[in-house]
Ligand binder design. Structure first.
Ligand SMILES: C[S@@+](CC[C@H](N)C(=O)[O-])C[C@H]1O[C@@H](n2cnc3c(N)ncnc32)[C@H](O)[C@@H]1O
Length: 367
């Protein structure tokens, strides 16, 4: 983990507090504009999140919120980039020293990063998560680790692993007979939500894949530093080199919305191919739009238009369970639900000050 100076730490705290103010203090008030003006004006068209978002953007208060949130996102990356720039070589050296004891790291320099990751600066992070600036680079991973605390407003615990902890607990509750020998996490980035599966299923071999080499180097070093054995691979989830039927549990956390309409069916087919009979596929992302009212769905407009996550407004409208059926899962063996957040149960903060509302949505299917 990169170490901040006093001023960098203070700047980060300011950025995190402003994020809480925007999310828990100001955003809930904007619903009043919708109820009083937009909803009556739009009438029947009201059901469409895009139309609602467009109408909401006409109000100065909404536009100010968009501007402040966007500036705060850029502020978050500026603080961490300045912090990491000064330590980039020592971080790479430390990462190397922490590597190679537990689990493994397999990079593939020939892997082509998909266009949906390389053609825009995802989350407004310059260079996205895959760009490398030097040999043995871990900067993108270090930056992810540093910024997710600010982004999640501290609501996912000191190791930012609350989604993994909560979903692993939910899987154990829902599938008490599942005793996975091999577990695969798709789009694992720095493995923050992969490691909880190694704890929850100590007899299983845990693997994580991602396209980003700097994040995977960091993930491997991080896992070693935390005493966890996980095997990290640089692969595209659309086409993986693992043997058919070689996993009993395939999971992902906030991967789906970063892909594309063409990639998703390929990823689901790969999940189906890799799972053994009776194995479980579970994808956790923000809730689908049919889980909420149209106004709440329209809040995703900021992510899509300002935060370089254009697929969000599409993916949350897809009939995922139908797509699972098309990928060779039985329709009757699909499921969806919410895993209660372990951190939220313990700390009971304002649900608006969590990005997930104190629970993690998931969909999936049993092979
Ligand atoms: C928002 S991050 C998710 C991080 C992590 N799972 C977590 O819970 O914090 C999405 C990750 O998915 C990776 N990703 C996106 N598309 C992918 C693909 N087709 N194959 C492998 N990884 C992919 C990105 O590189 C990025 O690291």
């Amino acid at each position: 983990m990169p170490t901040p100076t006093h001023d960098e730490a203070a700047h980060e705290i300011f950025c995190q507090n402003l994020a809480v103010k925007l999310e828990a203090g100001i955003r809930p008030q904007l619903r009043g504009l919708y109820e009083q003006h937009v909803k009556p004006d739009l009438g029947e068209q009201n059901h469409n999140p895009r139309t609602i978002a467009k109408a909401m953007r006409k109000f100065d208060r909404t536009r100010l919120w968009y501007r402040l949130r966007t500036d705060n996102q850029d502020r978050m990356y500026t603080i961490s980039a300045e912090m990491i720039d000064g330590q980039i070589e020592s971080l790479a050296t430390k990462a190397k020293a922490n590597s190679g004891k537990l689990g493994s790291l397999r990079l593939d320099p020939a892997l082509k990063v998909p266009g949906y990751l390389s053609e825009l600066d995802i989350h407004r992070k310059p260079g996205g998560y895959h760009t490398e600036f030097m040999a043995d680079d871990v900067a993108a991973g270090a930056q992810y680790d540093r910024t997710i605390t600010v982004h999640n407003m501290g609501s996912q615990g000191p190791n930012n692993d609350d989604p993994g902890l909560s979903l692993a607990a939910e899987i154990k509750r829902r599938f008490p007979k599942l005793n996975p020998r091999r577990i695969l996490d798709l789009g694992c980035t720095i493995g923050n939500n992969t490691l909880p599966y190694a704890d929850a299923f100590p007899d299983a071999e845990v693997h994580g894949i991602d396209c980003s080499a700097p994040c995977l180097r960091y993930a491997h070093a991080r896992a070693n530093a935390l005493g966890a054995s996980v095997h990290f691979h640089q692969m595209n989830a659309e086409q993986m080199s693992f043997a058919a039927g070689s996993f009993d549990l395939v999971i992902s956390r906030i991967l789906l919305h970063e892909t594309s309409s063409a990639a998703l069916p390929r990823i689901f087919r790969e999940c189906s191919r890799l799972l053994s009979t009776g194995g479980v596929m579970l994808h956790s992302d923000a809730p689908q739009f049919n889980e909420m009212d149209a106004y709440r769905a329209s809040l995703r407009d900021w992510d899509a238009t300002c935060n370089n996550e254009p697929f969000m407004l599409t993916v949350y409208n897809l009939a995922l369970e139908d797509m699972y059926a098309e990928a060779d899962f039985e329709r009757t063996r699909t499921f969806r639900g919410y895993a209660p957040s372990v951190h939220f149960q313990q700390h009971r903060t304002d649900p608006h000050a969590t990005r997930s509302g104190g629970q993690y949505f998931f969909t999936g299917a049993i092979k």
